[in-house]
Design a protein around this ligand. Structure first.
Ligand SMILES: [Zn+2]
Length: 326
């Protein structure tokens, strides 16, 4: 029994060993042999300096704050208006500069606006200007342009005032008048403030009947007085008065002739004055937007009834506001 068992174990062991015998790996035939690769020497192509491509030029982005704009029709008509005292001279400039040229008239900087590719100078002419040739100069290249101021006969207006002191001021009033005239003059001569958008055309500050035009030759109680340097718009007392354009309040005060007064600098030499106000709703250095309420209509100062006296100054000369109104 034991013998037969031993025989079985030996037999099974032989079979197992024969089954697990490791066969030698097959020899690879010719098609699987790795062919040696010929390594080409690596050539680095170094261009000669003359063959180096030029650096790509980036286009120069013009960053002028003065985009090319077309003037609205409410200003374009000025091109055909004669240059008169109290009016505006339209002068097309030859410069193609991308920044606004510095133009001077009687040593004061002048408003320039862009019309397409062209710069236009709008020159405010004083009511007292002499008739004849006048000159502006482009300070950038000393180029001069001349224009002719022609005569305009403004209408006569006769006004009766109950308060005789407003017609024939007392000596103390005269001192006050002189002082206030200087304050107003300095407000009109506010330092030049460039603007990126055109302050023109101006918005009419209130709706109402135009009761007295700019330039009228005035007689108060039969006596000749200075010509009217503004536009009078009649409206009920308390009517809200809006700023004619965005700007900075440069002065508020109570003056002998214009009563409660607000003066706004709109930049580029445009300053507007609002007189005879009942109340003043703004303060000096305040920034206002177009149409923002600055006060209410009244009859303070030399006024016969409630109305707004509105003056517009261009390069420090009072001009007819209706010329640049919307
Ligand atoms: Zn007036």
């Amino acid at each position: 029994m034991i013998k037969s068992n031993n025989f079985l174990i030996i037999t099974l062991s032989i079979l197992f060993v024969s089954c697990t015998t490791v066969q030698p790996p097959p020899q690879p035939n010719e098609s699987f042999k790795i062919k040696p690769v010929k390594i080409q020497p690596h050539r680095i192509n170094i261009p000669t300096p003359s063959r180096v491509a030029p650096p790509i030029k980036k286009p120069i982005v013009q960053t002028s704050p003065f985009p090319i704009a077309q003037l609205p029709a409410s200003l374009l008509y000025l091109r055909n208006k004669p240059a008169v005292p109290g009016g505006i001279a339209w002068i097309s400039l030859l410069t193609r500069s991308n920044v606004p040229p510095v133009i001077k008239y009687q040593n004061k900087q002048v408003l320039v606006l862009r019309n397409g590719q062209q710069w236009i100078a709008l020159v405010g002419i004083p009511l007292t200007a002499r008739i004849g040739q006048h000159t502006i100069i482009n300070q950038d290249n000393n180029q001069q342009y001349s224009f002719k101021v022609t005569h305009k006969r403004y209408k006569v207006q006769r006004i009766n005032i109950k308060n005789k002191r407003k017609v024939n001021p007392a000596p103390s009033d005269l001192r006050r008048i002189r002082r206030e005239r200087e304050l107003i003059r300095s407000a009109l001569a506010s330092p030049w403030r460039p603007t990126t958008t055109s302050p023109l055309p101006l918005m009419q500050p209130i709706r109402g009947r135009l009761s007295s035009f700019f330039g009228t030759r005035r007689y108060f109680n039969g006596q000749r007085r200075s010509s009217h340097t503004g536009l009078d718009i009649a409206a009920p007392q308390g009517t809200l008065v809006g700023a004619a354009a965005a700007g900075k309040i440069v002065r508020t005060g109570n003056y002998f002739f214009t009563g409660n007064t607000v003066i706004i600098d709109h930049g580029q030499g445009i300053v507007t004055l609002y007189g005879h106000l009942n109340s003043i709703n703004v303060f000096s250095n305040q920034i206002v937007q177009t149409g923002e309420v600055i006060g209410t209509v009244g009859k303070t100062g030399r006024a016969t009834g409630p109305h707004l006296h509105w003056s517009v100054s261009l390069n420090q000369n009072m001009i007819d506001p209706t010329l640049i109104m919307k």
